[in-house]
Structure formats: C-alpha cells, structure tokens
Design a protein around this ligand. Structure first.
Ligand SMILES: [Zn+2]
Length: 71
C-alpha cells in the first residue's frame, strides 16, 4: 500500500496570502495583522453582500390591496 500524500494547503513559508510577503507565525498565513484584517473584511464584505430573494412589487401591492379590501 502506498501512503496517500495529502498536500497541505497552508505550506509554511509560502508567504502572505494577500501581499506575498513572508508570513508571520502570529497571523499566519498573513504577514501582518493589517493583511489579516483586510482579508477578514473582504470575507465579511462578501458575506454581507449575499443577494437575497428580490421582493416582488406585486406581492407588496397585493398585500396592500388585500388590506384595503378588508376595510
Ligand atoms: Zn501581507
């Protein structure tokens, strides 16, 4: 049997994921807290920008007319 060699995605010494500078062990795989924060903010930005289902105007107008008809 051959031992499966799984490649490590986080290779030590590969450099900062953002700017390519030598990564610091404290904030690996980034070189500095600044790069780490930038990457984190980018991730959060993507998360906040998740497009939800668009509100249909007909649904709103339908609810509105329904409320009016009940009056
Ligand atoms: Zn960096």
């Amino acid at each position: 049997m051959s031992t499966p060699s799984t490649p490590n995605p986080r290779v030590r010494g590969s450099g900062c994921s953002l700017c390519g500078k030598p990564a610091s062990p404290a904030v690996t795989p980034f070189c500095s807290p600044g790069c780490r924060d930038r990457d984190l903010l980018a991730w959060l930005g993507d998360g906040y920008r998740v497009p939800g289902p668009p509100v249909d105007e007909e649904t709103i107008s339908g609810l509105d007319s329904d409320a009016q008809s009940s009056l």
